[in-house]
Every structure is written in structure tokens, then in C-alpha cells.
Design a protein around this ligand. Structure first.
Ligand SMILES: *[C@@H]1O[C@H](CO)[C@@H](O)[C@H](O)[C@H]1NC(C)=O
Ligand SMILES: *[C@@H]1O[C@H](CO)[C@@H](O)[C@H](O)[C@H]1NC(C)=O
Ligand SMILES: *[C@@H]1O[C@H](CO)[C@@H](O)[C@H](O)[C@H]1NC(C)=O
Ligand SMILES: *[C@@H]1O[C@H](CO)[C@@H](O)[C@H](O)[C@H]1NC(C)=O
Ligand SMILES: *[C@@H]1O[C@H](CO)[C@@H](O)[C@H](O)[C@H]1NC(C)=O
Ligand SMILES: *[C@@H]1O[C@H](CO)[C@@H](O)[C@H](O)[C@H]1NC(C)=O
Ligand SMILES: *[C@@H]1O[C@H](CO)[C@@H](O)[C@H](O)[C@H]1NC(C)=O
Ligand SMILES: *[C@@H]1O[C@H](CO)[C@@H](O)[C@H](O)[C@H]1NC(C)=O
Ligand SMILES: *[C@@H]1O[C@H](CO)[C@@H](O)[C@H](O)[C@H]1NC(C)=O
Ligand SMILES: [Zn+2]
Ligand SMILES: [Zn+2]
Length: 509
């Protein structure tokens, strides 16, 4: 392996138009912000048991910048966007993955109210970052009625498309960005100055709570592939691979299982099972062109790994990773008791915009000191020459209780991957190493766990059962494999049964 690395390391100079050029590597940045959940009815005299709205039962007062039991008041949101401006006012772009409205009943909403809230937050971001490209997608709370985003054109999508037209027009799309978003809520567009193409998915149509698609029979083509989105992504990714682009796959709702739902040890997931499987296959088939994935919706900070194919635990080769970004709202989820609240978080991603070396070199040197134990020859030989690799991930946070006590919202760096996980750059292999180390090393797990709620929850609270849940959620996107992992089922047995079953099927056919 070392030998391979050295051979590649020699290629530091490329010849362009007859002249030798040293390849320059600029480290670019972008913000990933998400899940603002702006509650315009929040009041400091509100009752935290009633979303900090209702003053009638209130016994005291709640904080100016928010409360762990409530969604975000406007001063929290301005402080978040001001913090973005302060810590990096000139990012290459902003990724904004939605969920703009509060977790309150549909009775308080209409399409018009939702559009007004999206408009307000769009203006807030645009006021601080007037010249920064923004790649936005909608969340499940950005539709009225919530979660019920239909397939194809609709009033909300078209009004938001008009609202975002200025952003869309600045982007170099693969297809017309405005038209694509207008009719389907998805698009693909390039990041200026790098070989990154953002592929922004409409994940809302894969959500099991979306009756517009969940109730479609899986015998129809729309039931199997709502709005043809898998087919679209499949041919788009093939095309982008041919063009030597590297993809950042982005969306609101992630596949796999929620890492903070222990009840009955069943876990909890969002995508309809058939879409979860198709998403996994899409990633497996196109892992060579997908550089990274950025999703949201959990409000917590975690990551997910995809493997080459479903093999037994020892032979698994990680081929793709997904970073789940924490939310700005601190709201304590009502989904389950252990889901809890979080401190407000925003994320700055550092990536290598211009690269001239193959992935082999970087694979051999993921870590600062540790030689890589797991580098697989197969995995190392990835063809792309220009890899806009993520080199670091920094999360900034607001200590909400401190902010309310002090009467001012001072954001701080919470942690970064380079320092906490000792990573030189982020890759599927490197993150798999982190996950495995975390499993064995409680100290590292506790650092991850603290970050999971953006510094709010004490890792002491996470029992052995809880730690297993996180490990299984990170490493098993597949629902049944997650279930087995979380229930301690030996995978070899399951695999053996699978072989017997498929043989039987062949015989019966
Ligand atoms: C805010 O509260 C008022 C009064 O209860 C209600 O009519 C309105 O629908 C609420 N708006 C939102 C967006 O929650
Ligand atoms: C958004 O709403 C807040 C609170 O109602 C208001 O103060 C602010 O001016 C609005 N901002 C924009 C940019 O529309
Ligand atoms: C979705 O459909 C299910 C099953 O028919 C039903 O129980 C549920 O109330 C529906 N949800 C919405 C939001 O319409
Ligand atoms: C998920 O796991 C189940 C059971 O092991 C298997 O039948 C299915 O094919 C898996 N899905 C994918 C996409 O690998
Ligand atoms: C993008 O990739 C092409 C080769 O496909 C390469 O010539 C070019 O230098 C790359 N650009 C950047 C900014 O990395
Ligand atoms: C960025 O890529 C260049 C070219 O491959 C490499 O020399 C450099 O070390 C990378 N920078 C980081 C921080 O990984
Ligand atoms: C946040 O502030 C509170 C109150 O000042 C303090 O007890 C807590 O330790 C702080 N948490 C972090 C992560 O700094
Ligand atoms: C990463 O975190 C360490 C420790 O907090 C800090 O010293 C370093 O400056 C951080 N790096 C970046 C790029 O923010
Ligand atoms: C466990 O992880 C911590 C934090 O990364 C590290 O300092 C420590 O050396 C590790 N312990 C072992 C036994 O590897
Ligand atoms: Zn949300
Ligand atoms: Zn959501």
C-alpha cells in the first residue's frame, strides 16, 4: 500500500497546454444550515409546555433566544445567520436544507403562511449573504398540510421557486434549475470554481408519513419511483460520472434509522422501506461519483455509512458517507422520550476545491499519525483525478441556556472532525474507522455523543443499549440489518438463511 502511495505522490505536476503547472489546492468552505423551525408566535411570557405561545398558564418567563421545549424565536435565527457571517462571511456557497416552520398544528397554517415564513428566512439569509450562491431544498415542514408534498408541480413549490429564482438563476445547472425545482422540487447544479455538482433531491416524496406517495400501490410506476426521481438520479449520476464531476448528494430527510429512538429497541425510520432500499442501491451503484452526502431533519449531529454491498461484518467495504447536520431549533422532540432537545448548531464544511492527485494518495493518509489498517486495494483504485474531498467539518453552536442567562447570543466553535476524530480528511473509510474506534473506545464515543445533541446531553446517560443503537444506525442503512444489529442477531446466520431462501426460490420458479 505504501508503495502505491509513493508512486502516486510523484505526480504533483500536471502538464497543461504544454506548460507544467503545479496543482494548487484551495481549501474552500460552505455552510450547511438547516431546520430553523421559526415560530413567529414565540413569546418570552409563553408557557414552555405550550410551545412558548400561551401566556395564560405561564408561571414565569422563557428565554429571549429560545427554550429547549420550543421552536426558534426570531432573535435565535438572526443570531445564527450573524454567526455564519462572523465565522465565515465569504463561503463558496450555502446549503440550506429546509424545515422553516414550527412544530404546531396545521390549524395555524395555510400555503400562504408557509410561503411567508420561507420568504422571511430567505430574506434573512440573503440580507447577510447577498452575493453567496445558495443551494436550498424544502423540508417536510415546508408544505401545507405538513409532510403531504404531492408529486409534481404544486402551488407551494411554484411560489417558492419564484422566491428562489434569483438564487437559481445564478447557478450553472444540469438542466434548468428553476424549471426543475418548480416541477419536482429537485435539481442539479455546479459549485462555481470546483468540480462539485450538487444533486439536490426532493426526499419528501419518499417519506412514509406522506400519504400522497405512501398510499400509492407498489405495482404502479409512481408507487415504485415517485416522480421518476430514482430514474432521474440514476441517469444524471451516470452522465456526471462521464463528465468527471464529483457529486455532493443533498436533501432534507435521510434514509436509514433515527439514532435517538430506543423505544422497544425497534428504531424508527422515515423512508418507505422500498425507497430506503432503492436509495441504498442508487448510492452503491454510483459511489464512485458521489463524493459526500449532506442531509438533515434529525436536528442531531450524526453520520451514516454505506457499504459496497451487503456482506458480512468483517468484509464490508465502506463506499459512501452521509453527514447529518444539527438543526438551529432547540425543540425537544415529542417523537420519543429519549429523542430529547439540542443546542442550536450550524456547520461549516471545509473542502478541497482543486485537486490534481488521485484518491489513492489520500486514502493512504487519512489520519494524522495512524497508518491506515483497512485500506482495501479495490477501494483505493477509484478513477477520478480531481477530488473535491471534504477535509474538515466544524460545528458552531449556541449554548442556549448560557445565552438566555447572559442576555446575548454568543456562538462558539463546538468541535471539528480534524481535532476530535483526528482526521486529515473525510472519506467513507476514515469515518468507518472512527465508527469502529468509537464502538470500542468509550472516550471517543462520549465525544461523539456529546456532539450528537450539540453539547446538551451528558454522555453518561447513554447506556450500553443506547450505544449499540448509535452504532447500528451509523453502519446499517438497511432496515432489517439495522433490526438484527440492534437486537444482537448474528448476521452470519441471517446470511445463511438468505442463501437457503434464494435457492428455494430458484427451485420453485
Ligand atoms: C400565531 O398565533 C395566532 C393567534 O393564536 C394564530 O391565529 C396564528 O395562526 C399563529 N400563527 C402561526 C404561524 O403559528
Ligand atoms: C421576518 O419576521 C420578523 C418577525 O416578524 C420581522 O421582524 C422581520 O422583519 C422579518 N424579516 C424579513 C427579512 O422579512
Ligand atoms: C395517512 O393515511 C393513513 C392511512 O390511511 C391515515 O391513518 C392517516 O391519518 C393519513 N394521514 C394524513 C395526514 O392524512
Ligand atoms: C436489506 O436487507 C434485506 C434482508 O437482509 C434484504 O433482503 C434486502 O435486499 C436488503 N436491501 C438492500 C438494498 O440491500
Ligand atoms: C475539474 O476536472 C477537470 C478534469 O475533468 C480538470 O481539468 C480541472 O482542473 C478540474 N477543475 C478543478 C477546479 O478542480
Ligand atoms: C488538497 O488536495 C491537494 C491535491 O491533491 C493535496 O495536495 C492537499 O494535501 C489537499 N489538502 C488537504 C488539506 O487535504
Ligand atoms: C452551557 O451553559 C450552561 C449554563 O451556563 C452550563 O452549565 C453548561 O455547562 C454549558 N454547556 C456547554 C456545552 O458549554
Ligand atoms: C479544530 O478544533 C481545534 C480544537 O478545538 C482548534 O484548535 C482548531 O483551530 C479547529 N480548526 C478549525 C479549522 O476550526
Ligand atoms: C480513546 O479515544 C481517546 C479520544 O480520541 C484517545 O485519547 C485515547 O487514547 C483512546 N484510547 C485508546 C485505548 O485507544
Ligand atoms: Zn426539522
Ligand atoms: Zn424535517
Amino acid at each position: 500500500m505504501l508503495l502505491v502511495a509513493r508512486t502516486v505522490a510523484v505526480v504533483v505536476v500536471v502538464v497543461l497546454a504544454g506548460h507544467p503547472h503545479t496543482v494548487e489546492a484551495k481549501i474552500g468552505t460552505f455552510w450547511h444550515v438547516t431546520d430553523f423551525h421559526y415560530d413567529l408566535n414565540y413569546t418570552t411570557s409563553g408557557d414552555p409546555k405550550r410551545m412558548c405561545w400561551d401566556t395564560r398558564f405561564s408561571s414565569g418567563s422563557v428565554g429571549e433566544f429560545g427554550d429547549y421545549d420550543c421552536d426558534a424565536p426570531f432573535p435565535l435565527l438572526t443570531s445564527a445567520v450573524d454567526a455564519m457571517k462572523k465565522f465565515d462571511g465569504e463561503p463558496d456557497f450555502i446549503l440550506w436544507t429546509g424545515d422553516d416552520t414550527a412544530h404546531v398544528s396545521n390549524d395555524y397554517f395555510s400555503t400562504e403562511v408557509v410561503v411567508n415564513i420561507v420568504t422571511n428566512l430567505t430574506n434573512l439569509i440573503a440580507s447577510r449573504f447577498p452575493n453567496t450562491p445558495v443551494f436550498p431544498v424544502l423540508g417536510n415542514h415546508d408544505y401545507y398540510p405538513k409532510n403531504q408534498m404531492p408529486v409534481g408541480p404544486n402551488r407551494l413549490q411554484s411560489e417558492v421557486a419564484d422566491l428562489w429564482r434569483k438564487w437559481f438563476q445564478q447557478l450553472q445547472g444540469h438542466g434548468d434549475v428553476y424549471n426543475s425545482f418548480h416541477s419536482s422540487g429537485r435539481y442539479a447544479a455546479d459549485v462555481p470554481g470546483s468540480n462539485v455538482t450538487m444533486v439536490a433531491l426532493n426526499t419528501l416524496i419518499w417519506y412514509k408519513s406522506n400519504n400522497e406517495t405512501a398510499l400509492l400501490p407498489d405495482t404502479t410506476s409512481d408507487g415504485l419511483d415517485p416522480d421518476g426521481q430514482f430514474t432521474w438520479a440514476d441517469s444524471l449520476l451516470k452522465d456526471l460520472a462521464k463528465k468527471n464531476r464529483r457529486v455532493y448528494l443533498v436533501g432534507h430527510i435521510p434514509p436509514g434509522t433515527f439514532e435517538r429512538y430506543q423505544q422497544k429497541r425497534k428504531g424508527f425510520h422515515w423512508y418507505q422501506p422500498r425507497y430506503n432500499d432503492r436509495f441504498t442501491q442508487l448510492v452503491q451503484q454510483h459511489a464512485h461519483v458521489i463524493e459526500a452526502q449532506f442531509f438533515a431533519h434529525h436536528h442531531t449531529d450524526s453520520f451514516r455509512l454505506f457499504f459496497e454491498e451487503e456482506k458480512n461484518q468483517e468484509q464490508r467495504i465502506p463506499v459512501s458517507y452521509q453527514l447529518l447536520s444539527p438543526g438551529v431549533t432547540p425543540w425537544r422532540s415529542t417523537l420519543s422520550e429519549e429523542t430529547g432537545a439540542n443546542n442550536p448548531g450550524i456547520r461549516l464544511v471545509h473542502y478541497n476545491t482543486t485537486t490534481g492527485k488521485s484518491r489513492k494518495l489520500r486514502l493512504a493518509s487519512h489520519f494524522h499519525d495512524t497508518p491506515l489498517s483497512l485500506v482495501n486495494q479495490n477501494h483505493a483504485i477509484r478513477t477520478s483525478l480531481h477530488v473535491p474531498q471534504v477535509v474538515d467539518v466544524s460545528t458552531y453552536y449556541l449554548n442556549l441556556s448560557a445565552a438566555n442567562l447572559e442576555g446575548r447570543a454568543e456562538w462558539h466553535l463546538e468541535y471539528n472532525f480534524s481535532s476530535t476524530y483526528n482526521l486529515k480528511s473525510v472519506s467513507p473509510v476514515a469515518l468507518y474507522e472512527v465508527a469502529k474506534t468509537m464502538k470500542a473506545n468509550r472516550t471517543l464515543f462520549d465525544l461523539y455523543y456529546r456532539a450528537n445533541t450539540v453539547g446538551l446531553e451528558d454522555p453518561e446517560k447513554c447506556t450500553e443499549k443506547c450505544r449499540l443503537l448509535h452504532w447500528c444506525a451509523i453502519t446499517e442503512i438497511n432496515y432489517s440489518r439495522f433490526y438484527d444489529c440492534n437486537n444482537g442477531v448474528r448476521l452470519s446466520w441471517r446470511a445463511a438463511l438468505g442463501v437457503v431462501a434464494s435457492v428455494l426460490v430458484l427451485v420453485v420458479r
